[in-house]
Design a protein around this ligand. Sequence first.
Ligand code: ATP
Ligand code: MN
Length: 481
Amino acid sequence: MKHTKVRDLLNSTTTLQEVNAKGWVRTFRNNQFIALNDGSTINNIQCVVDFENTPEETLKRITTGAAVSVIGTLVESKGAGQKYEIQVSKLEILGDSDAEKFPMQPKKHSLEFLRENAHLRVRTNAFGAIMRVRSVLSYAVHSYFQQKGFVYVNTPIITGADAEGAGEMFQVTSLPLDNLPKNEEGNIDFKKDFFGKHTNLTVSGQLEGETFAMALGQIYTFGPTFRAENSNTSRHLAEFWMIEPEVAFNDLDDNMDLAEDFIQYVIKYALDNCKDDLAFLEGRLLEEEKSKPQAERSEMALLEKLNFVLENNFKRVSYTEAIDILRDSTPNKKKKFQYLITEWGADLQSEHERYLVEKHFKCPVILYDYPANIKAFYMRLNDNTEPGRETVRAMDILFPGIGEIVGGSEREERYDVLVQKMEALGIDKEELYWYLDTRRFGSATHAGFGLGFERLVLFVTGMTNIRDVIPFPRTPGSAEF
Ligand code: ATP
Ligand code: MN
């Protein structure tokens, strides 16, 4: 007999048929009621064991965490809380789980404890829900771009370009670290390394992505990126997944429209396809917030917040306007910001971003036209900026509770301006000759952005630490599993 997924059993339109279910025991009550979960849904199916006709030996082995197979009749449940249950006629223990030793007890565990048990935390309600939502969101990412005719590009994970400039890089080598070959100058001889040159793990697929956009028109990447930055925050991972669309002939406004439409689409997709999981996560968040002081609790419940993002346009604000708002803000005047805003040109810290989004505008914000000298070399210089106040066509999207979720720009398409900028910043033109070729042969306006997938998953699930929305987090000092 083939077994049926619990999700399909609970959605069944008929009863009284014989069914087989396989899964893991969540709880076993009164020597009679198994709450069985197989990961297909947050909901368990109740399996009613005929304990009088089941050997004591078997009953003892129905413990939290054990894998079991039950055969029985699917019937309408008389008990509260579930529509259907299985009246078990045959029960087989597939894999025992020592109740004394199984770390995932049916009680509340701290998120820290669960992180240390990342291989088992996925057996809890919360992490099952988070990982299903994550999976649905990745599908939505592809679905959005594929429907619009974007080409999915796999940019390299090992990169020969040192100058991507987005963050600190992990080096990749097969040289023996205890016996490094040296060249005549006494430096490490990377010519002897695997690729015959120095290589790194990519921090972004953008530069390679641009070369594809300049041929295929609209492309997107969705893959792992790596940053060796030592920022131990609840928003940074050393290994995370990034989505990077790049579109030929798009300017900054088109770029903002695309980002907004994309984010709204994937959130809507999750709302439509993860109802049970999101309802559970909303309850989890409410529970978690009870332990916080009133002032720190969110004003909206999870689903309300997600719907709010769908129904409201993101507020578009220039950097210059943002600086004026911040300079006159109460926390700035009362010196509550750690970094006070005194003049135009200041880099915005996450405290400022969060003030703008959470206190001032109270909705997602797109900041654009940043000072040139705090942004990357490839961003397009604005045409009519005052000397000393040059700005670039950059945009960051800021989300409540998250801060920056998207960073993007219109790219500098003018060869001469780009070369000048690279020279000023000491970026090696020889090394990036292939990037410059996009500007030498058929250059055109184009724009793109990078969205950190985990920050999106954080927002949609209402979790607060990025380590809790990726299966096996990599952070400074931690690469378990
Ligand atoms: P932040 O200022 O938050 O460190 P960033 O300016 O370094 O971000 P970008 O280089 O523009 O970010 O990367 C694009 C997007 O990738 C960001 O908007 C964010 O969503 C995500 N991102 C960047 N760094 C990380 C990280 N270490 N872990 C998870 N996501 C990240
Ligand atoms: Mn960063």
